[in-house]
Ligand binder design. Structure first.
Ligand SMILES: CC(C)(COP(=O)(O)OP(=O)(O)OC[C@H]1O[C@@H](n2cnc3c(N)ncnc32)[C@H](O)[C@@H]1OP(=O)(O)O)[C@@H](O)C(=O)NCCC(=O)NCCS
Length: 178
């Protein structure tokens, strides 16, 4: 079984394992920006210390082999996004978010493609799925474009607390090993 790469260079981007000092940049661009967190499964951070704790949690999950989070760095600048795979065994769940300044350049698609390539190097992995809020058209478009087609709509499936206290419908996208 190959080890998981801690760094994934891909063209205009570098994806790398988080570092404790990423917290301020990730807070200002990603976790603390309500436009970025709108459709995510956790509430918008109000303090960089929350982002710091999340990084520690993500590093602990690398250690325990239950999830991997990569920080996205574009154009050699500040950390500006996150791509995450959660799970063990034959299936994993994908998550991703980019700072607004990086939207609309095809960067999320490139980053997720690199993570999928890395994931499917592992012969025991057969499926990577993503669930996106039924109103998150930008995300669904990107997933379909990079080869994670729509499998269906799941009713009242998940809480997106920045949108509503009630569970939301999601679109299920996946890539499977043939
Ligand atoms: C969803 C999200 C990750 C998409 O990021 P992105 O980098 O803009 O997405 P893509 O990689 O698909 O880029 C495609 C856009 O770049 C444009 N683009 C420019 N150059 C491009 C290139 N070389 N290749 C592909 N697309 C390019 C496309 O026209 C497209 O624009 P559009 O979305 O307005 O149609 C981003 O909006 C985000 O972080 N949203 C908040 C968090 C979130 O919702 N996460 C998903 C949870 S399921």
């Amino acid at each position: 079984m190959p080890d998981w790469a801690e760094q994934l260079p891909c063209g205009r981007l570098l994806l790398r394992k988080p570092l404790p000092y990423d917290a301020p940049a990730l807070f200002s661009g990603v976790s603390g920006d309500p436009d970025v967190t709108r459709y995510l499964g956790w509430t918008t951070h109000t303090d960089p210390a929350q982002t710091q704790r999340q990084i520690s949690h993500d590093l602990a999950r690398w250690q325990r082999d239950v999830a991997r989070t990569w920080v996205l760095v574009a154009d050699g600048g500040e950390p500006g996004g996150l791509v995450q795979l959660v799970g063990q065994g034959h299936a994993m769940r994908l998550g991703f978010a980019l700072a607004r300044r990086l939207w609309g350049r095809g960067l999320a698609g490139d980053a997720v493609t690199a993570v999928l390539d890395e994931a499917f190097r592992h012969p025991s992995l057969y499926r990577v799925e993503a669930v996106c809020d039924a109103e998150n058209a930008r995300s669904a478009r990107m997933l379909a474009r990079i080869g994670m087609p729509l499998e269906g709509r799941l009713g009242r499936y998940i809480l997106h607390p920045n949108l509503s206290p009630e569970p939301r419908d999601v679109l299920l996208h996946a890539r499977v090993r043939n």
